[in-house]
Design a protein around this ligand. Sequence first.
Ligand code: ZN
Length: 188
Amino acid sequence: MARIRQEDVEAVKERTDIVQLVGQYLTLKKSGHDSLTGLCPFHQEKTGSFSVSPAKQVFYCFGCGKGGDAITFLRELEHLSYVEAIERLASTAGVTLRYEGDSAAERRAAERRKSLYRANEQAASMFSTMLVSGKEATDARAYVAERGISPESIETFEIGYATGYAPPPGSDPCKQSSSTTGAATTTG
Ligand code: ZN
């Protein structure tokens, strides 16, 4: 398995803000000098017992007991390996990762993962644009409005809509950035 150089891991940690990361998944409200609270994404609840400390860069849920740093949060929520979580955060933070004993095969594997993340992001944004403005998505828009999902939520959670037909050759973003494997998002 690929091992990311420790100094690069440190750079990723340094440039990652847990408040920003967590804020992509739930709404946080300031609740004290060094704490923000929100609804825990790891268990069902109606009052927020999920707390984030910007100073310590950690989270803790008083309801289910989950806690840790930004890496733990992303790993648990997205079911990622340690390496995958670091790679995801590195891409957000703009850190180029180097690997221990960087063999050609490991570099290729890392490149492949990177292109899959990219394809996934592009697909998500394409489906989201489709939902917001695509003329095929009229019914989907009505459904989403009926469910009370706001345009802000659509943007924040990248809720998307995919039509039943295959896009014409050359216009599929999945194929452009990843030659052999398509990536799909399941939102909404
Ligand atoms: Zn919880």
